[in-house]
Design a protein around this ligand. Structure first.
Ligand code: 5AD
Ligand code: SF4
Length: 453
């Protein structure tokens, strides 16, 4: 039985695509292995959003290929945003690379790899194995049919990602995504509902995360009906699916975030008490330079409105520090916004210039030392708030979707609360896939620990 090793970098979109690719390989008789040295096919699904992510993936692939245990017939492929953005030039970086497949081409990965592997294996023992059968399949044109899932993800998990739209027309000045994922396009509601239903009925999925680059812009060309836009109508329809227990979505944008979505938190109990809501900066001046067409006050208003609609709502965010031209004053506005919102957690990114984006051309780039200093300072604020918010949950009972053994201690179970906090179950063993009440006894800035009630 041939085997596949797949490693994923970047966002949930990539995780979802990798899930699909893994399902394709399994359906074709491959097994999944956890070490690249044993694999007949090694794939890396890559991210271009920051330079660091690109360097990490290239370094890792280079190391796998150079390993003394690497087998001569193994097929190596890179897929995802780096492939889309860098195309054939990846073959120069990694001479042993066989396949480059862009973001719209992940369904071509199985046939490409499989035929190459068969060719290599049929060469017979003792014959020299020629490399150089390199294939490049990238496509800048968005194709909505690629969002369809044929096979279900490898079973054993109780949650799944469902792509509802792709691409982005917003063109934030720092962001490479519009060039790697193309224009905004939404899937028909019926297809999404069919997919969620199949996931629930055939795979025992309890939780879905609806994915889109700007998820709340789903179906924005469709009319508003009874005050509800297409995204909220989709949430309502998904909510109706029997057996589905939890709904999440990621990531929303303040643009197109209307009252109907705020209200959804009051009458859709399956909608989880967590939103990942990228803020990027607390300074209106920087938001404008970022080409984010809203004011900080609108962002804050939305956070307050959502917390009023759902008092236990956990809010997490993305923040970029050291955007070109960011002054100390701008930075302090970001820090003040973090204090005001009291985020449950935040990903802080040092601005990374990306090829082909307007911000990379701006002249007043911030030096690395300053970016690091702001990152370090903000992280301390974020961690302090996250620790306090988690500590406030000690003594409460949280409903936890039990996912499986804890990563740090396989003798314990772990799951996530509605607020999306990782919860380690220190005593009692509720069934995997069930939603169990857990009384929280201890907390850190990231994880909660509790006992089954
Ligand atoms: N530099 C740093 N961070 C970036 N992000 C996107 N582009 C860049 C960049 N060029 C961050 C944003 C986004 C998250 C996924 O990555 O905060 O929300
Ligand atoms: Fe990274 Fe963006 Fe591509 Fe996701 S869509 S993998 S975040 S570049």
């Amino acid at each position: 039985m041939p085997s596949l090793f797949i490693k994923t970098y970047g966002c949930q979109m990539n995780e979802r695509d990798s899930e699909q690719v893994a399902a394709d390989f399994l359906a074709a008789g491959y097994s999944l292995v956890s070490s690249p040295e044993q694999a007949d096919v090694v794939l890396m699904n890559t991210c271009s959003v920051r330079e660091k992510a690109e360097l990490k993936a290239l370094g890792k692939m280079g190391m796998i290929m150079a390993s003394p245990e690497a087998r001569p017939h193994t097929v190596y492929g890179i897929m995802g945003c780096m492939s889309q953005s860098l195309g054939r030039s990846l073959f120069r970086e990694l001479p042993r690379l066989d396949i480059v497949a862009g973001t719209q081409r992940y369904r071509r990965v199985l046939p490409l790899c499989d035929s190459l592997l068969k060719k290599r294996l049929s060469v017979g023992v003792g014959q020299p194995l020629r490399r150089g059968a390199q294939l490049c399949e990238t496509d800048p044109i968005p194709r909505a049919q690629d969002l369809i899932r044929d096979h279900l993800p490898p079973s054993g998990s109780c949650s799944a990602f469902v792509s509802i739209m792709q691409g982005c027309d917003m063109h934030c000045s720092y962001c490479i995504v519009p060039s790697t994922r193309g224009e905004e396009r939404s899937r028909p509601m019926k297809d999404i509902l069919d997919e969620v239903r199949r996931l629930v009925e055939n795979n025992g999925i309890k939780e879905v995360t609806l994915l889109g680059q700007i998820v709340n812009r789903y179906g924005r060309e469709e009319p508003v009906i009874d005050g509800r836009g297409a995204f909220v109508r989709l949430l309502e329809a998904v909510h109706e699916i029997p057996g589905l227990e939890r709904i999440r979505f990621t990531s929303p944008h303040p643009i197109g975030f209307r009252e109907d979505l705020v209200r959804a938190y009051t009458y859709l109990p399956k909608l989880c008490s967590h939103i990942h809501f990228p803020m990027q900066s607390g300074s209106d001046r920087i938001l404008r330079l970022m080409r984010r067409p809203y004011k900080q006050s609108k962002y804050l208003e939305l956070c307050h409105a959502m917390r009023a609609a759902r008092p236990d709502l956990a809010i997490t965010t993305d923040i970029i520090v050291g955007f070109p031209g960011e002054t100390e004053e701008d930075y302090l506005l970001t820090r003040a916004a973090v204090e005001e919102v009291q985020f449950d957690n935040a990903f802080i990114f040092q601005y990374s210039p990306r090829r082909g984006t307007p911000a990379a051309e701006m002249t007043d780039q911030i030096c690395l030392r300053e970016k690091e200093a702001r990152n370090h300072d903000l992280l301390a604020v974020v961690n302090r708030i996250a620790t306090a918010r988690n500590a406030a949950l000690v003594g409460s009972t949280q409903l936890v979707l039990v996912e499986g053994p804890s990563k740090t201690n396989p003798n314990r179970l772990q799951g996530r609360s509605s607020q999306n906090k990782p919860i380690v179950i220190t005593s009692g063993s509720p069934a995997i896939g069930s939603i169990a009440p857990i009384r929280i006894a201890e907390s850190t800035g990231f994880t909660l620990y509790g006992e089954a009630v």
